[in-house]
Ligand binder design. Structure first.
Ligand code: CDP
Ligand code: MG
Length: 893
């Protein structure tokens, strides 16, 4: 679209600084293969500090001038009582031969980087090395961060088992859940958890070592943690309480860490773990299936299972729903064999799941037949039975054997013996793996499959580097990944399925060569592969950063521009974030009297407000955090929590706008859509309640669903996504805990079955929502502006030049209130606002003064909220004011 963001561009501090910055020290990564030799980087003189780095905030202190560190390696050796079998298994891991090199580097350097292929043993072994070397003696903790919850839980369990220790000693902590005790010595956690701990104790005094795992993923929190820890390490050295930082990466691409003087004045040594990777033969498809990669996966797995010798299969898909669908389909095609007693439970679990699903479907169908006979729920069977069987043979010659020359894979010609007698009767042991799967179920992929079966794991990206599944010989890669995509115009995110990078595709292929030579089937052509990006860009450069900036300001890092990001976000992104946070009241606004020059120098260094600190304590985006911070009045908290939870979970309702494959399906979809529209109208109600619009629908849907016992049947009958409802409930619990932590007097109790809000509560909720979504304000175009038809029923927003419209799925689609706020804009045929709530014009000057230009001062002082009481002020201002930039003046009263 021709939409663009209207934003002034100020000369950026970053640009002027980088032009002065000296060339990075050219000491490259040190490849360390032989034991004994000290890392070369140890002999480098300390690099001079940069003037640009000087800043008064504690969080951005430059590293101290080479304080001679006291001998850091603890002398104690802590014995571990491993079982002989475990010890034998460990000795097979490549990282074991590097133990001495790693431990010497850690003893000599405050910061060490360890690179090694996935499966080489980094995550499970390095914490054990440190434990044995006494880094957790005198009740210190060895901390290790993972970007994913799955990995934090699975790895803590695995390491406890390997070390023969209980989970009281080797524990995990993820957001609001964990088994940490006072005996904990090795603590696996998500990166967000460590960030929160830094907010409480900046020096992280409980830890002697912090390991940042999966640093190659370049998740924003990992990047921020590395930046923060670079400073914490120096501060701790100054106090003679040395902290060791280990950064672990599955790739050798670590220049952003080693060649970044702002981050580490002295490049840390890089220890490379040689791994035994067996050759993997890569097979590309001749052509690239456009849509149905799921179906293509199914056909490929069937073919491998029927034609190729024993060996586990790992399939990469993009999301949970796809994973479930393919599993069901495979289990149907290859029913589980008579399970041996000890394996029966595993099998029963999966059969039980399918049975429950079928039963619930049948029951819902019956209920529907009685109540609303015209609606057929069969659209659920997205994978019609039998499909695929006929054309399987035709697909047999799809492989080309062509291989991209830039693949780092050895392509030995030991290709699979396709002529070998296929064993079509062999049962397929199908398991699924994705982030939100229950931990017990995740753990199953590490167990050997029942004898006489072939393992087939259908996974999302989790299996790419975080978890190594044993016994995989065949990888089926759909080549896609589901990524959060951020619209630069509206700053709102959505998930999109896109092609992976070449580096990710190679990581996926590598999963097939862990234990023996393997094969990777790529469901796309080599030409398509050639067009992939080489590496995924670091997340921080792809997304708005207001949540990060708020977290950093809460750590008293005021000059974010000086922060040693491994890769800094763009100055535009930083300015946009700071502007939004100022508008939300989370950062101090510049004084009216400040001169332009002062303004520019204070840009990107505004301090946090009390409201901002409260907002930073909520694990949701700042716009939503503002709503929560305002809601402790008139009993609004439980409702605001529910609305925020449902908005954060997103897509509470099923996607019914998808194209239909047949006339029949179209009719079904239409029926479903009509039913959902009717339910939405019911939940939205009339009068005051309807004005809360789509947010009232969210509230009503969650409330009704909880009253109905929160069953899959209820969800199915009303077009709600059961998973999203459960997630909403979980998040409501978390947010209730967070609110109680910030404000114990609230003594909030999370009652899933809340009563509906009263009429006046609904009005307060609308004001709270308006205060949070202020930058998403839109005004209906007035009749005299209706110069051309494209503006009929259109709205104007400060951010876009193009007209925007209320989405047809919104309950306010026909209401057309003059002012609305929206959750997000999606662009399809037009720009559509979703999650719409009506706003009263007279609220705007009081709730959103920063978006107004006043011709004369308001008669009353007009804070949007009162910081002390957190109360939303609602009064009518009898004055002229203008709202936002593109909107004409209006008169109130
Ligand atoms: O971190 P990195 O990818 O280098 O390897 P790791 O996760 O430490 O895994 C080392 C080995 O332990 C792999 O061969 C895994 O298959 C195995 N492992 C396991 O058998 N069970 C687990 N729960 C976790 C890992
Ligand atoms: Mg790992």
């Amino acid at each position: 679209s021709g939409a663009h963001r209207k934003r002034r561009r100020l000369p950026s501090a970053e640009e002027s600084e980088s032009s002065e910055a000296s060339e990075p020290d050219d000491a490259p990564a040190v490849e360390q293969t032989g034991a004994g030799a000290g890392p070369a980087a140890a002999h480098l003189p300390p690099a001079p500090l940069q003037a640009g780095d000087q800043s008064p905030e504690p969080g951005t202190q430059p590293p101290p001038a080479a304080t001679p560190a006291p001998p850091a390696a603890p002398a104690v050796f802590v014995p571990v009582n491993r079982s002989p079998e475990m010890q034998e298994e460990r000795l097979k891991l490549p990282i074991l031969s590097e133990e001495q090199v790693i431990m010497e580097a850690v003893a000599e350097h405050p910061i060490v980087i360890v690179c090694g292929e996935t499966g080489s043993g980094k995550t499970t072994q390095v914490p054990q090395f440190l434990y044995e070397a006494g880094y957790s003696s005198d009740s210190s903790i060895i901390g290790i961060t993972e970007p994913r919850r799955v990995a934090a839980i699975a790895m803590s369990q695995r390491v406890a088992k390997e070390m023969n220790l209980s989970q009281r000693v080797v524990s995990y902590q993820i957001r609001y859940e964990g088994n940490v005790t006072e005996d904990t010595r090795i603590k696996f956690m998500t990166d967000g958890v460590l960030l929160k701990e830094i907010q409480k104790d900046f020096l992280l005094l409980r830890y002697k070592v912090v390991i940042i795992d999966e640093a190659h993923e370049r998740s924003v929190y990992t990047d921020i943690l590395i930046g923060l820890l670079s400073r914490i390490v120096s501060l701790r050295a100054k106090r003679h309480l040395p902290l060791k930082l280990l950064i672990m990466s599955a790739t050798l691409r670590v220049e952003d860490f080693t060649q970044n003087q702002r981050l580490f004045a002295q490049p840390p040594p890089v220890i490379k773990v040689e791994s035994r990777q067996f050759p993997v033969t890569v097979h590309f498809n001749k052509r690239t299936p456009l849509e149905d990669y799921s179906g293509e996966c199914f056909r490929k797995v069937c073919k491998i299972h029927r034609m190729l010798p024993a060996g586990g299969i790992l399939v990469f898909l993009t999301g949970q729903a796809e994973v479930h669908a393919l599993c069901r389909r495979l289990r149907k095609a290859f029913p589980p064999a008579r399970a041996r007693p000890q394996e029966r439970q595993d099998q029963e679990d999966s059969v039980e799941e399918t049975r429950k699903y079928k039963k619930s479907r049948a029951r819902a169908k019956k209920a529907r037949a009685e109540a609303l006979p015209q609606i057929n729920l069969d659209h659920y069977s997205v994978l019609p039975a039998g499909e695929g069987d006929e054309d399987r043979e035709a697909e047999m010659d799809d492989e080309e054997g062509a291989v991209g020359s830039d693949l780092e894979l050895d392509l030995g010609d030991d290709g699979a013996d396709e002529g070998e007698q296929p064993d079509t009767s062999l049962p397929l042991h199908v398991l699924l793996l994705y982030s939100l799967l229950a931990p017990e179920k995740q753990a199953q992929v590490f167990k050997p499959p029942p004898e006489g079966t072939r393992l087939c794991v259908v996974a999302t990206n989790v299996a790419e580097t975080s978890l190594t599944i044993p016994g995989i010989k065949y990888v089926v890669d759909c080549g896609k990944v589901k990524k959060r995509y951020y619209d630069r115009v509206t700053g709102v995110s959505s998930f999109r399925v896109t092609w992976v990078s070449q580096a990710s595709a190679d990581q996926r292929a590598g999963r097939a060569g862990r234990t023996e030579p393997g094969h990777c089937y790529r469901l796309y052509s080599s030409a398509v592969f050639g067009d992939f990006e080489q590496f995924p860009p670091p997340e921080i450069t792809r997304r708005p950063v207001e949540d990060l900036i708020l977290q950093m300001k809460a750590l008293n890092i005021e000059k974010v521009i000086n922060f040693p990001f491994p890769t800094p976000p763009s100055v535009d992104a930083l300015i946009a974030a700071e502007e939004l946070l100022i508008a939300l009241g989370a950062l101090q606004a510049p004084q009216k009297t400040e001169r332009v020059k002062q303004l520019q120098s204070s840009r990107l260094s505004r301090p946090i407000t009390a409201l901002g600190r409260t907002m930073a304590a909520f694990p949701v985006a700042p716009r939503y955090a503002k709503m929560l911070a305002l809601s402790r009045q008139h009993g609004c908290l439980p409702f605001a929590i529910t609305i925020v939870a449902a908005m954060t979970v997103r897509e509470l309702f099923e996607e019914l706008d998808r194209p239909a494959a047949s006339e029949e399906e179209l009719a079904r979809l239409k029926g479903r859509r009509a039913r959902v529209a009717q339910m939405k109208r019911t939940w939205a109600g009339q009068g005051a309640s309807l004005k809360l619009g789509d947010l009232m629908v969210l509230l009503g849907a969650v409330g009704a669903c909880e009253y109905a016992g929160c069953t899959p049947q209820f969800c199915e009958a009303n077009g709600l996504r059961y998973k999203a409802i459960l997630e909403t409930r979980r998040l409501r619990g978390q947010l209730t805990t967070a609110v109680n932590a910030v404000c114990p007097e609230a003594s909030l109790f999370m009652d899933p079955k809340m009563q509906p809000p009263t009429e006046s509560q609904v009005t307060y909720l609308r004001q709270i929502v308006t205060a949070g979504l202020g930058d998403h304000l839109a005004r209906r175009v007035q009749s005299e502006e209706l110069l051309d038809a494209k503006w009929r029923n259109a709205y104007k927003t400060p951010l876009l030049d193009d007209p925007v419209f209320i989405h047809p799925s919104s309950v306010l689609f026909k209401e057309l209130p003059e002012f609305v706020v929206y959750q997000e804009i999606v662009e399809t045929t037009k720009m559509y606002m979703k999650g719409v709530c009506a706003v009263e014009m007279q609220w705007i000057p009081t709730l959103l003064p920063s978006y107004c230009q006043f011709d004369k001062p308001l008669e009353e002082p007009a804070p949007a909220y009162c910081a002390e009481t957190g109360r939303v002020l609602c009064h009518r201002a009898s004055t002229f004011y203008r709202v936002g930039w593109p909107l004409p003046a209006v008169q109130v009263d």
